[in-house]
Design a protein around this ligand. Structure first.
Ligand code: TRP
Length: 352
């Protein structure tokens, strides 16, 4: 197996119905991309290799990038958002450090764009309760929720997400596999609105990363809340400490076998992603060096690859007014776009 790591070949358009690794990458040019990350903590290496690096690559190819920081979505599975503004600024920090160009990208928060939120009302009328109850990702999030009861916001957030995507008429959405059911809701809403009122909206496509999923240091899904993540901004010592504690197995012969040896294979994959190599080749090089050598190799690879990003991050972190200004400008741009779309929606519906 090879790991595609850079360039446009890293991406393929897909929908829930047609997820197909053989679809050719979409040509650059006239596309608007929308994606986002909940403001609940710093971004980690899983985000970086799963989507962040792709966004930077797509922007470099000339595609327009919109990034929503969905602060309202944070209160779908918990009672209160913890320091949402601070987390939002830190996301901006991670984006800029990773190479997102804030002059050309629009980075904004849900709560700052009233017209986007208003789209949720007509959109809610276009989906049935039965359709919403079938959404597997919402079911999974309900199962992992920190709340005893399911709120209306949790139940309907894929409709809110449709508003995120459609307010700016984005046609491409780089997301992980778990978000495909939401994309399907967005496509359904766009299609029904267009049929019922006027053809205003594109039917957006998902862009799935080709890089295999990076796991956390416990070989489970890498996640801020599970304590198994390595943050983009972690320093070199912290990276070494976290990787030393990673789950492996006693077999001294290192081989890439994600099914049977998830911990070892994940460290090989991480090294391969950082060095733009095949994980099998990394395994061969380590041979019978055992888990200790594997962990040292992975640590060096991560620290080497992320050194420039982390240096940029530290520089940017020194002046947080820049981060606030980027958000301020992004919110203003997003509002202008949302106001225009809401006007079109109201005209199409005959409400003004
Ligand atoms: N639902 C995404 C998540 O849970 C975040 C998100 C909100 C998003 N709006 C979006 C992603 C629009 C892509 C497009 O992480």
């Amino acid at each position: 197996m090879t790991v595609a790591t850079t360039g446009s070949t890293d991406l393929r358009p897909a929908t829930a119905a047609t997820a197909n690794p053989l679809v050719a990458p979409t040509a650059a040019g006239h596309h608007r991309i929308l994606t986002g990350d909940r403001p609940t903590g710093p971004l980690h290496l899983g985000h970086y290799f799963g989507t962040l690096r792709n966004r930077v690559e797509l922007q470099a190819q000339g595609l327009e990038l919109m990034i929503v920081i969905p602060d309202y979505q944070v209160i779908t599975d918990r009672d209160r958002a913890d320091r949402p503004a601070e987390h939002a600024e830190n996301l901006v920090l991670d984006y800029l450090a990773a190479g997102v160009d804030p002059e050309r990208a629009t980075i904004f928060t849900h709560s700052s764009v009233p017209a986007l939120n208003q789209l949720m009302l007509p959109f809610l009328s276009l989906v049935s309760v039965a359709e919403l109850s079938r959404n597997p990702t919402v079911k999974d999030e309900i199962a992992h929720s920190r709340q005893s009861a399911v709120s209306g916001l949790m139940f309907t957030y894929p409709v809110h997400q449709a508003a995120d995507i459609l307010f700016c008429k984005a046609d491409l959405v780089p997301v992980g596999q778990d978000q495909l059911p939401h994309l399907e809701v967005t496509r359904t809403i766009a299609r029904r609105f267009n049929d019922r009122y006027a053809p205003l909206f594109p039917q957006p496509q998902a862009l799935l990363s080709r890089a295999p999923l990076l796991l956390g240091t416990d070989a489970g899904k890498m996640s801020k809340s599970r304590g198994n993540a390595i943050a983009l901004g972690a320093d070199e010592d912290e990276t070494a400490r976290l990787l030393r504690g990673a789950v492996t197995d006693p077999d001294r012969h290192i081989a890439y076998d994600p099914e049977n040896r998830p911990g070892v294979s994940n460290l090989l994959l991480l090294t391969a992603l950082c060095q733009d190599r095949d994980p099998h080749a990394v395994a061969e090089e380590i041979g019978s060096g055992g888990a200790a050598l594997l962990k040292r190799t992975a640590t060096e690879a991560v620290n080497e690859y992320f050194r420039p990003l982390r240096a940029r991050r530290a520089e940017l972190a020194a002046d947080r007014t820049v981060l606030r200004e980027v958000l301020h400008a992004g919110n203003a741009r997003a509002n202008a776009v949302a106001d225009r779309t809401l006007d079109e929606v109201r005209t199409a519906m005959g409400t003004c």
